[in-house]
Design a protein around this ligand. Sequence first.
Ligand code: ARG
Length: 413
Amino acid sequence: MENKKIVLAYSGGLDTSIILKWLIEKGNEVIAYVADVGQDDDFKKIEEKAYACGASKVYVCDLKEEFISDYVFRALKASATYEGTYLLGTAIARPLIAKKHVEIAKENGATVLCHGATGKGNDQARFEIGYMAMMPEAEIYSPWKDPVFLSEFRGRTDMINYAEKHGIPISVSLRKPFSIDENLLHTSYEAGVLEDPANKFDPSMFKRGIHPKDAPDQTECVKVTFSNGLPVKVENLDTGESHSGSMELFCYLNELGYKHGIGIVDMVENRLMGMKSRGVYVTPGGTILHNAHNALETITLDKEVQHYKQWMASEVGRIIYNGLWFSPEMEFLMAAIDKSQESVNGEVEICLYKGNAMVTSRSSVNSLYNEGIASMDAHGGYDQTDAKGFIKIFGLRVKGRYIDETMGKGHTP
Ligand code: ARG
C-alpha cells in the first residue's frame, strides 16, 4: 500500500496508531476517522494523537443519535438476536461506522478504505461488506490480512518496538486482559481468560454496569410507550421521572439498567468464520426495550404474523451478525417487519430487579386479546364443545401412528 489517499478508521489505540504511522511512512496520505458511537473515550486526546502520528486530517464524528434511531431501533423492531441470545451490540454499530467512513472518503477523494479489525473476527466482514455496498469502486486495505504488514509485525513485541521508535505513546493498558468493544448499546468482553469457556467471568472487568448481586434490593418499575414498534416515552413509575426522544429515553434506560445489573449475557457463539467464540455482553437499555417490545407484540400481532416474525427475528439477527446490514435480504425482511409494526402501539410496564427486566403489564389500543374468549368463566361466544370436532380433524394424521410403530402394523386403535 503506497502513495495512496487513505481514510483509516482510527480508535486511538496502539494498533490503529501503528497502522496510521506505518501507512504514512509508506508514502500514503492518511485521513483518520474516529467514530463516536458512545464509547467512553477522550476524543480530544484521540484527535491529537492522530495528528501527532501524521494524519493529514482528523474527523471525529458523533454518530450516537443516528446509531440509536436508525440502527438500534431498527434491530429492536425486528427483535433481532443472534443464536437466540446476543443482542448484536457490536454488529449493529459496524455498518453505521462503515457508512460514515465511505462518506468521508468520497468527500476527500480518497480511494482506499482501511480498518484495523483482525482477520479472525466478524468485524472485518461487517466493515468490508459495508464498503462494498456503498463504495464498490474503493480499494479496501486491511493490514491484518496483508503479508507485508504481517511480516513486520509478527507479535506484540514488534509493535511495542515500532511504537517506541516512532514516539507513539504506549498506554498502561497495553497488556489489555480483554478485547473490549463499547458503544451506547453494549459493552463486549472477549479473549484473555474468557477464551476458556469454563472460566467464570469476574464482574470487576466491567467498565460499566454491575453484577445483579450488587444491585439494589428494591425494585424499580418503568412504563415504556411504543408507537409503530418504536419506543417514544419512558416513565419511571416510582419517581415519576419521564423521558422521550430516542437518545434521551435510551440513555435513561441504560442508566436504570446498569444500576440494576440488567442485560448481562455470557455465551459461546459461532462466528462467521466458523470458529466458536466466548463473549460476555452487557446490554442494559437494549434488554429492557427488547423485553418490553416483545411483550407488546404478544397482544398486538396476529398469531401467524407473530410466528413468522419470530423466525424473521433470527434471520435478521444472522444477517446483521454476518455483516450484511446493507443487503437485499435485509431490505426485503425489514419491509415485512415494518408492516408488522403498524399495530405495535401501547404501553408495557417492566419491573427492574437484580438483573431481571420482568414484564408485569401490557396494554394497547390495537390489542387482539379478547377477554371474553380467553376467560375461564365467561362464555363470550366461544362454545367449547366445538373443540371436539376441531381436535378430531386436527389430530387425524397422528391417529394410530404411535401404536403402529410400537405394536406393529395392522393394529387398529
Ligand atoms: N463477538 C461479538 C460480535 O462479533 C463482539 C465483537 C467485539 N469486537 C471487538 N473488536 N472486540 O459481534
